[in-house]
Write a protein that binds this ligand. Structure first.
Ligand code: 5GP
Length: 205
């Protein structure tokens, strides 16, 4: 077998891979994903659509596509989402168009979605895309509480609600392929990188 043929037996880069990263909000997922993408060739972030207001520093079209409720509802009606959820009163969705656009550019993508969305994708799949499911966890719920308070963007009541949601989210762990625990950001990014590398090295039939 020629070396080209042998190399083609690996899944490779830009072969329609999507890394679905889920887990409690505030666990450091965004920071870890941003660093992973900065150091991984041909891997990009697929920004979701949301009706929530931008937090300080968040950019439209980069962190999220921030849209009004009626615009989000129109997109739902037109069937433009692969999946969408209501999370703590705001709507979030992964658009088909964004995924298709990035795949056509030969890029693998990272989706940052909640566990309900991840379970939907696990069930339905995404045509032409190979999904790898990663649960990104804080070292403990106590540490998660500390991180949410340090972020300073939410009230105590909102933080308590996020911790309750986080406890429920951790119970869905068995439906994921990989577990990354964010003890230190360096280790978490290295482990995410190892998952990307392993998935790209998988043998294809
Ligand atoms: P945050 O408001 O903290 O940015 O996000 C809240 C939660 O919504 C996070 O767990 C995040 O992963 C999730 N989320 C963001 N975009 C999407 C999406 O398109 N679909 C789903 N199902 N969840 C999302």
């Amino acid at each position: 077998m020629s070396s080209e043929k042998l190399a083609a037996r690996r899944r490779g880069v830009g072969s329609g891979l999507a890394f679905v990263v889920s887990g409690p909000s505030g666990a450091g997922k965004n920071t870890a994903i941003n660093r992973l993408i900065a150091e991984t060739p041909s891997l990009v972030y697929s920004a979701s659509h949301t009706t929530r207001a931008p937090r300080p520093g968040e950019k439209d079209g980069v962190d999220y596509h921030f849209v009004a409720k009626d615009e989000f509802a129109r997109m739902v009606e037109r069937g433009e989402f692969i999946e969408h959820v209501v999370y703590l009163g705001d709507q979030y969705g992964t658009s088909k168009g964004e995924m298709a656009r990035l795949a056509a550019l030969g890029l693998d993508v990272v989706l940052n979605i909640d566990v309900v969305g991840a379970q939907t994708l696990r069930r339905t799949g995404v045509p032409g895309t190979r999904l790898a499911f990663v649960f990104f966890a804080p070292p403990s719920l106590d540490r998660l509480g500390e991180r949410l308070r340090a972020r300073g963007s939410e009230s105590e009541a909102a933080i308590a609600e996020r911790l309750r949601v986080a406890a429920r989210e951790i119970e869905t762990l068995a439906s994921f392929d990989y577990l990354v625990i964010n003890d230190t950001i360096e280790t978490a990014v290295r482990e995410l990188g190892a998952i990307v590398a392993a998935e790209r090295l998988r043998v294809v039939a």
